[in-house]
Ligand binder design. Structure first.
Ligand SMILES: Cc1cc2nc3c(=O)[nH]c(=O)nc-3n(C[C@H](O)[C@H](O)[C@H](O)COP(=O)(O)O)c2cc1C
Length: 364
């Protein structure tokens, strides 16, 4: 089992979907950072379910409690522990999947791995609910990065096969904030909402793709050979339940490009070394090159759907049919935007501390 991420900014998460709480401990958080609970709450609100027609109807107040590591409003450098309580829990719906695993979910693999002792209620540690801990840690990391001028933005570029057109980098954040699915192409956004509603109506679900971008990351961040920036970011993104693909820059398209098309030629922009294109997605040799770090993350359609599906009863080893009742997301993507931003921030903070770019004390 591994519930910790990072070396110098080490994030450990705990809690289950239907347990008493979800929490996080951050070891290595620099001292002197002013903590604004409102900012953390705002990030959690963005992760919360949206309109009932495009997300689960589970509603949680997600009030953050800071238990340690903050004194008189500033981080002390000691372990920072935060938690939120789980309140809107309806566990009875999940007895059904204890021995009859949902196809596509982690019910079966968790049952095998933990010998049936796993907390299956609400998916236990495999629930999207655990991402509350990621978002809380990410809010702290983003605050640290903001101190160094680094900004992270994310937008939805695909849902249920509807692809968005990308506006210029400067407009992404503002336009995406106007869309219920976080898509900066507002025409595509309306189509995406329709596709999600239709999937829900049919008792089905849809997947999609989020693009996350880190701006103003200095060159030199990343620890080859094994702790490359790409490698650690991919690991963090794959910890988000439902992520099935991660690509940087040109990504898989690079495989069909010529060297003359792919290579990002060096130029001087505003007196600094930059590249003309950004097919590398801001990372070369596992080290940031000063260009925006661009990553696309593919989410599968959620497994919990109302349509009947075949499964096996783990007690009798007989095939059976599962008809799910309960509250589920027909698409993960709209709720995942703050989660991918959080993971990007956590990894960048950890790596910048490793690179000596973030001191132990931040004077605000
Ligand atoms: C915010 C969020 C909400 C999610 N909601 C659901 C859901 O309602 N139903 C579901 O089956 N999966 C949901 N998932 C995805 C499952 O947790 C995930 O598919 C499961 O743990 C299996 O992991 P895998 O898909 O990465 O293999 C959600 C994930 C996130 C990040």
């Amino acid at each position: 089992m591994s519930s910790s991420l990072g070396k110098m900014f080490r994030v450990t998460i705990f809690g289950e979907s239907h347990g008493p709480c979800i929490g996080v401990v951050i070891d290595g958080c620099p001292a002197g950072l002013m903590i604004d609970e409102g900012g953390i709450r705002e990030e959690l609100r963005r992760r919360s379910p949206r309109e009932p027609e495009i997300s689960t109807s589970r509603r949680e107040p997600d009030e953050v409690k800071i238990l340690s590591g903050v004194f008189r409003g500033y981080t002390t450098g000691a372990p920072l522990c935060m938690l939120v309580r789980n309140e809107d829990v309806r566990s009875h719906n999940y007895h059904e999947v204890r021995y009859r695993p949902r196809p596509g979910h982690a019910d079966y693999t968790a049952y095998v791995k933990y010998g049936g002792y796993n907390d299956y209620r609400g998916g236990g540690i495999f629930s999207g609910r655990i991402t509350v801990a990621m978002v809380m840690a990410g809010a702290i990391a983003r605050k640290i990065l903001a101190h160094f001028g680094i900004k992270i933005i994310a937008h939805t570029i695909e849902i249920g096969g509807i692809k968005a057109r990308r506006p210029s980098m400067e407009l992404i954040e503002e336009l995406a904030s106007r869309s219920p699915v976080g898509c900066a192409d507002l025409k595509a956004s309306a189509e995406m909402v329709k596709v999600i509603k239709e999937a829900r109506r049919l008792g089905d679900s849809v997947g999609g793709v989020i693009e996350v971008i880190a701006l103003n990351v200095p060159p030199g961040v990343g620890e080859p050979v094994f702790d490359t920036l790409e490698g650690d970011l991919a690991k963090a993104f794959f910890a988000i339940p439902g992520v099935k693909g991660v690509e940087f820059g040109a990504g898989f398209k690079a495989a069909s490009m010529k060297g003359s098309e792919y290579n990002d030629q060096f130029i001087i922009r505003h007196g600094r070394i930059a590249t003309k294109s950004n097919n590398a997605g801001g990372i070369q040799g596992g080290i940031s090159n000063g260009m925006p770090i661009i990553c696309r993350i593919a989410f599968r359609p959620p497994s919990s759907i109302r349509r009947p599906q075949r499964t096996v009863d783990l007690r009798t080893l007989k095939e059976t049919v599962l008809r799910l009742q309960g509250r589920f997301d027909p698409c993960i993507v709209p709720r995942a935007l703050p989660i991918v931003k959080a993971m990007m921030a956590i990894v960048l903070t950890d790596h910048m501390i490793q690179a000596g770019m973030i001191p132990r004390v931040i004077k605000e």
